[in-house]
Write a protein of this length. Sequence first.
Length: 191
Amino acid sequence: MVEELVLEGLQRLLWYIQVYEKRFAQEQMERFGLQEKKELTARGRELDKAKQRVVEIDQLIQKSYEDMSKGLLSEERFATLSVSLKTEQKQLKATIPKMEASLGATTNKAADLQRLIERARQVTRLTELTPEIVHEFIDKIVVSKPDKVDGKRHHRLDIHYNTIGLWCAPPPEEMEKLFQAHLAGQRKKTA
């Protein structure tokens, strides 16, 4: 049962990508744009702050050393301050590459989306789920606990696809209209 639903969901997604590639890409980029824009900006600001703080710490250590040399700061206080600043700086220097990698991963989503679309073009006539197909297109499948509706148990099944996450297909009525329009277009080509 779950396998049939996953196969059907994947068939719908692949058909939609193949037939409405530009529309699908635009929808996903808009979705990424809305979700990722704020996150990307926040991560960029956080990275800039961390880099700036590393520079500030160097300046603070230098200023503290000068104050110690002038007798404005005791050697003990300088040593304590210096150790704490160097510890903070070391932590920041270890964190910055991770932050840069995370920022880079976020910006690679457009390339990942293009790879998904290209691979979807190659899959024709999907009739069964194979481990390769599942690993290539599906990130995870979430089956929720059952609800009783009219005395029958119903499970909600969410398929999270690689790159795009949970894909919300157009409503059945719209999907049917799209399918009928596609069939009409195919008939005109052959006529």
